[in-house]
Write a protein that binds this ligand. Structure first.
Ligand code: ADP
Length: 536
C-alpha cells in the first residue's frame, strides 16, 4: 500500500475505488477510466436504451426504464397508453436514485403519480423501472445473483466470467407487490447491506444454506428440479457480453481522453460485479453493474448489543478469492513476458525452417531462453479459451481457472451488435485534440464533409443546425458541464438521424450499419489518397 504515493513504477496498480492516477506511464491498472460514470444507473440505462433502439429483441434483458426528472412526462404518457391498451396490466415500478447503492433511497410505487418529485428528490436524478413481480423463489424467498466479470481488455475486447458467484437472499417470504407490502424492504430488496439488519438474516458457513449462498448451490438445486441449467448459463453469458458491448463505446472515449494513443500509459483491466435477477421462467434480467464490487471475505457479527466483530465468511471467501487470484494470473506481467519469448521462439523457428541461412542466429536466440523453455511450452492450446500454463508452469498446484473466457470466444455470435462501437470510432477520429471527450462544431463539420454526407438536400447550414439542436439538448440534461461540445450520446443521436434520412425504408439497425459502411468507405478512400499524396 502506498497511502502517500509511490516512487518506483509497478507492474500492477490496484486502485481502491476508481481510475484516478494521471502519472502512471506503464504497467496495468485495475480500473478503466470512466467506468464508475458508465455504470451509474442513468448512464447504464441510457447506454442500454441505445442498444434497445437498435436491437430490441436482443436487449430485452433489461427492465423498461425512464430517466427522472426529464422523462417524467414520457413515463406518465407511456404508462397511461399501456394501461389503456391492456386494462388488466397492474404494474409496479421501482424508483432508484442515480449513483445510489446498497438499496439507498429505493422505493416501490404502483402509479406514476406516487413519484416523490418534490423537495430534495427533485434535485436527485433517478431511474424509474418496471418492477419484476414474478422472480424465481428459493425457499419462498426472493434472491439475486452477483456474478464477477473480468474486463481484461477493451481493445481488443476480452471478457471473462467467474464460474461461480453469490446468491443474496431476502429475509421475508416474498409476495407479489400490493399497496400493503410495497414498503417491506426485506421482502422486495435483496441487498445484503439491508437484509443483514433483519432479525431473520442467517449467517451460514455452509454454501448451500443461509442468506448468502454460492450461485452454484442454487444451480444444483435448480438442476435437481429438472431446470435447464445449461441454457440459463448461456443466457447469462449472453447478457454479460451484450451489456459490455453497450458500455464499450463510451468507455473508449474516456480511455483515449485519459490515456491518449501513442503516448506512454498503462493498460487497464477491471473486475465488475453484475447483479442479475432470475425471473420465475428462469430468464435472467440485469439489475445493475457495479464498478467497485465488494471483495470483503468477512462479515460483521454482533457479539452483544452494539458490539461487532469481523468473522470470516466462507461463502464470500470461496467465490472472491478465486476471482482475485485468477485475475492476477490472467494479467500476470511475467506470463506476458514468457508468452512474448515463446512467440519470439516460434517465429524464429519458423524462419529457421524456411531460411536456413538464418539458422545460426535463431538457434542462439532460442538457446538463450532455454532455461525458461519448460514453462512456456505448456502454454499452447488453452482449453475453453483459458490461458492455462499447465502442471509444470509456475502455476503448478493452483486450481484450474475459475474465470472463463467468453469474448472473443463467442465474438462471431455477438460482433454484429457492435455498431455503436464503430460510430464511437468515427467520433474519436474527429475529436481532434487528444484528451477531450466532446466534439466541437468544426469537428462535426469535418466529419460530414470527409464522409461526403452533405448534399443539395442537406446543406452545411442544416448540418450546423443539427449540431446545435442536439448538442444543446444533451448539454441541458446536465450530465457534464466541464467541457463544451457534443458528447458521444449526442453524436450517436445525430448519426441515427442522418442514417434515417439517408436510408429511409430500412429498419434502424440496418440504416445505421449502412451509414457506418458508407462513412468508413469514404474515410478509407481519403486515407488512401493522403498516403499516395504523402508518398508523392
Ligand atoms: P442498489 O445499487 O441500490 O443496490 P439495485 O438496482 O441493485 O440498486 O436495486 C436494489 C435491489 O432492488 C436489487 O438488489 C433487487 O433486489 C431489487 N430490484 C432492483 N430493480 C428491480 C426490478 N426492476 N425488479 C425487481 N426487483 C428489483
Amino acid at each position: 500500500q502506498f497511502p502517500f504515493g509511490r516512487r518506483l513504477p509497478c507492474d500492477i496498480y490496484w486502485h481502491g475505488v476508481s481510475f484516478h492516477d494521471n502519472d502512471i506511464f506503464s504497467g496495468q491498472v485495475n480500473k478503466f477510466p470512466g467506468m464508475t460514470e458508465m455504470v451509474r444507473k442513468i448512464t447504464l440505462s441510457r447506454a442500454v436504451r441505445t442498444m434497445q433502439d437498435l436491437f430490441p429483441l436482443e436487449y430485452n434483458f433489461y427492465p423498461r426504464s425512464w430517466i427522472l426528472p426529464e422523462e417524467f412526462p414520457l413515463f406518465v404518457d407511456e404508462v397511461r397508453m399501456m394501461k389503456d391498451s391492456d386494462p388488466s396490466w397492474k404494474p409496479t415500478f421501482i424508483v432508484k436514485p442515480d449513483g445510489g447503492c446498497q438499496g439507498d433511497g429505493i422505493y416501490l410505487i404502483k402509479d406514476p403519480s406516487d413519484i416523490r418529485l418534490t423537495g430534495s428528490s427533485q434535485s436527485r436524478p433517478a431511474v424509474v423501472q418496471e418492477y419484476i413481480c414474478k422472480p424465481l423463489l428459493v425457499d419462498k424467498l426472493k434472491f439475486d445473483i452477483r456474478l464477477y466479470v473480468l474486463l481484461k481488455s477493451l481493445e481488443p475486447l476480452e471478457i471473462y466470467i467467474a464460474k461461480d458467484g453469490l446468491s443474496r437472499f431476502c429475509t421475508e417470504p416474498y409476495q407479489e407487490p400490493t399497496l400493503k407490502n410495497l414498503h417491506q424492504v426485506f421482502m422486495h430488496l435483496t441487498n445484503y447491506s439491508l437484509n443483514i439488519h433483519s432479525g431473520n438474516f442467517i449467517h451460514s458457513d455452509n454454501v448451500n444454506t443461509g442468506s448468502k449462498r454460492t450461485f452454484s448451490s442454487i444451480l444444483c438445486r435448480l438442476s435437481s428440479r429438472g431446470a435447464d441449467v445449461k441454457k440459463l448459463w448461456s443466457d447469462i453469458i449472453s447478457l454479460v457480453i451484450k451489456t459490455i458491448i453497450a458500455l464499450t463505446p463510451e468507455l473508449k472515449v474516456y480511455y483515449q481522453s485519459d490515456i491518449p494513443a501513442g503516448k506512454p500509459g498503462p493498460t487497464c483491466f477491471q473486475i465488475l460485479g453484475f447483479d442479475i435477477l432470475l425471473m420465475k421462467n428462469l430468464k435472467p434480467m440485469l439489475l445493475e453493474v457495479n464498478a467497485n464490487p465488494s471483495m470483503r471475505i468477512e462479515h460483521e457479527q454482533e457479539l452483544s448489543p452494539g458490539v461487532f466483530e469481523n468473522v470470516p465468511s466462507p461463502v464470500d471467501e470461496e467465490v472472491k478469492v478465486a476471482v482475485i487470484r485468477d485475475t492476477l494470473r490472467l494479467v500476470d506481467p511475467q506470463k506476458k513476458k514468457r508468452k512474448d519469448v515463446q512467440r519470439h521462439r516460434e517465429s524464429c523457428q519458423n524462419k529457421a525452417n524456411i531460411r536456413s541461412n538464418y539458422f545460426v542466429c535463431c538457434r542462439s536466440q532460442t538457446l538463450e531462453h532455454v532455461s525458461e523453455g519448460k514453462e512456456e511450452a505448456l502454454e499452447a492450446g488453452p482449453a475453453d479459451g483459458e490461458e492455462c500454463e499447465g502442471s509444470r508452469g509456475p502455476e503448478a498446484g493452483l486450481p484450474s481457472l475459475c474465470l472463463k473466457q467468453v469474448f472473443p470466444k463467442y465474438a462471431k455470435q455477438f460482433n454484429y451488435l457492435r455498431l455503436v462501437d464503430r460510430v464511437a470510432a468515427l467520433f474519436i477520429r474527429f475529436l481532434g485534440v487528444k484528451g477531450t471527450t466532446k466534439l466541437g462544431p468544426t469537428g462535426f463539420r469535418t466529419f460530414i464533409r470527409n464522409c461526403k454526407l452533405s448534399n443539395s438536400n442537406f446543406s452545411m447550414a442544416a448540418v450546423d443546425i443539427l449540431y446545435i439542436d442536439i448538442t444543446r439538448r444533451w448539454n441541458s440534461m446536465g450530465i457534464d458541464h466541464k467541457e463544451s461540445g457534443m458528447c458521444l450520446q449526442a453524436f450517436v443521436e445525430a448519426f441515427f438521424c442522418l442514417a434515417q434520412k439517408k436510408y429511409k425504408s430500412l429498419p434502424l439497425h440496418e440504416q445505421v450499419a449502412s451509414l457506418i459502411d458508407f462513412c468508413e468507405y469514404h474515410l478509407a478512400a481519403l486515407d488512401e489518397k493522403r498516403l499516395v499524396c504523402g508518398r508523392g
